[in-house]
Design a protein around this ligand. Structure first.
Ligand code: FES
Ligand SMILES: [Fe+2]
Length: 362
């Protein structure tokens, strides 16, 4: 189940050099990406309309792309503009074009109705060139459906169990439920850990302080965590009734930043893009290198579990899960996606004159 009218991360911007074609698959659709003469991104269906050869095996000619099999040439909107040995070009000689934008060091691609592509919906990730942070980046492929990775990232209860020696979270971490707020296109998750001491080198929280963590998770699977931990005087969590604090009143901040994106490649494979790093300053390069190495170790632990989970699910895909309070994040995030997919399906049925009936979901 995929939201189509949203921006998916197709690649890191640095993966696409000038005069280069790269092929990517997003929600089961083959796409070729290149830069036009002024550096803007062009995204076309990676399937020539003639004999269905991949256009990513072709060549760039100015702003256009020529298929390397029998030479059809397409412009950046997907229209065929040249057919060897033929003057007339039929209107159906075209390939689909996808709105594509470079922003925050990622190449975003809009998989739905082009007329609805709205760049203000691109999540506010932080690019690798932001001067306030020293960021490192990476990516990793999973043999698993993207929803399992979304589930993992919207329920960090697993950190204490799956990453016990890698991520130094306080021991109380899994025992305080997160608050999950529904947003239009995602969820906001925060967690108070009252009376906590951190084991991180920064020691931002003296014994007995209250520790706050928060992040946003947006469709299709974009995690934005601007500050991993903020410390507050003991009793703050209780005084606020578990509510959101004014972060500027914090007594200490463990200032690292991460932006992450999950992109479904196919129903069974996904790509995980991530950046992480400390705030800029002396020693931040070494700290960024070690943070990325740590993140990679942790994500490989997630990958091993999630891929194993997917293999078990495959034996009986209809088997129901048994969910608990700690699943509030995954349940709400799946619900946001389901809601948007339903709205898109309903809008499509109205424009095609069909009536649709949906089963009720709890
Ligand atoms: S398959 Fe592309 S021109 Fe023939
Ligand atoms: Fe994890």
């Amino acid at each position: 189940m995929y939201v189509r009218n949203c921006w998916y991360v197709a690649a890191w911007a640095h993966e696409l050099a000038e005069n280069q074609l790269i092929s990517r698959t997003v929600i089961n659709e083959p796409i070729v990406l290149y830069r036009n003469k002024v550096g803007d991104i062009v995204g076309l269906e990676d399937r020539c309309c003639h004999r269905l050869a991949p256009l990513s095996h072709g060549r760039i000619e100015g702003n256009d792309l020529r298929c390397r099999y029998h030479g059809l040439k397409f412009n950046s909107s997907g229209a065929c503009v040249e057919i060897p040995m033929q003057q007339a070009i039929p209107p159906q000689a075209r390939v689909r074009s996808y709105p594509a934008v470079e922003k925050h060091s990622w190449i975003w691609i809009w998989m739905g109705d082009s007329s609805l592509a709205d760049t203000s919906l691109i999540p506010a990730a932080v690019g690798l060139d932001d001067p306030h942070w020293t960021l490192r980046s990476g990516q990793m492929d999973f043999e698993a459906n993207y929803q399992l990775i979304n589930d993992n990232l919207t329920d960090l209860t697993h950190v204490r169990f799956l990453h016990p020696t890698t991520f130094l979270t306080p021991e109380s971490f899994p025992f305080y439920a997160p608050m999950v707020e529904r947003l239009d296109r995602g969820i906001r998750i925060w967690r108070w850990l009252p009376a906590t001491s951190t084991k991180s080198p920064e020691k931002i929280c003296d014994e007995g302080g209250d520790l706050w963590t928060a992040y946003d998770y947006l469709v299709p699977g974009i995690m934005l965590m601007p500050t991993v931990n903020v410390a507050f005087p003991k009793g703050t969590a209780e005084r606020l009734g578990g509510g959101r604090p004014d972060v500027s009143n914090g007594t200490g901040v463990r200032g690292t930043l991460t932006s992450q994106a999950i992109t479904p490649i196919t129903d069974h494979t996904s790509r995980y893009f991530y950046s992480w790093g400390p705030s800029s300053g002396e020693g931040s390069d070494a700290a960024a290198d070690s943070l990325l190495a740590l993140a990679k170790t942790v994500f490989l632990e997630d990958k091993e579990m999630i891929e194993a989970q997917q293999r078990i699910i495959n034996f009986d895909p209809g088997r129901k899960e048994l969910l608990f309070g700690s699943d509030a994040g995954p349940v709400k995030m799946r619900s946001v996606i389901q809601h948007l997919v339903k709205a898109e399906t309903a809008a499509a049925s109205i424009s095609s004159g069909k009536e649709l009936h949906f089963a009720e979901h709890p």
